[in-house]
Design a protein around this ligand. Structure first.
Ligand SMILES: [Zn+2]
Length: 125
């Protein structure tokens, strides 16, 4: 099975190893992809774990009636192995109530105690 995030790699070699807890993503982009896959898989635990404590909602449940159709990474700014922060601009496509919608966001990531986490997102038009 190809990974949900559209990387072209197998799920196990890509986001699967992060969602299973075997490894933690080494870059902001890898975490962004893993979080997308977590939404597809309904892995709320991973979404909460990878959320910065300052911005993580106290009550969180992903929307299950939403069918995710694809992810496209548009731009990556920093967020590499040695960086402390980074951002990833992406478009995610999904279907809800039979209608195709897109989410265009710039996500901000920071590294906390060596682990990348999701801080916040700015919606783009
Ligand atoms: Zn992936």
């Amino acid at each position: 099975m190809n990974c949900h995030c559209g990387s072209g790699s197998s799920y196990q070699a890509c986001c699967g190893r992060f969602l299973s807890g075997e490894q933690w993503p080494e870059t902001a982009e890898a975490l962004m992809r893993a979080r997308y896959s977590a939404y597809v898989e309904g892995e709320d635990g991973f979404l909460i774990d990878s959320w910065h404590p300052l911005s993580c909602p106290s009550q969180f449940e992903s929307i299950l009636n939403q069918q995710w159709l694809g992810l496209k990474i548009l731009a990556v700014n920093q967020g590499r192995l040695g960086d402390g922060s980074g951002s990833v601009e992406f478009v995610a496509t999904f279907k809800v109530s039979g209608k195709v919608e897109t989410l265009h966001e710039v996500s901000e990531f920071v590294r906390e105690q060596g682990r990348w986490c999701y801080l916040s997102g700015i919606l783009k038009q």
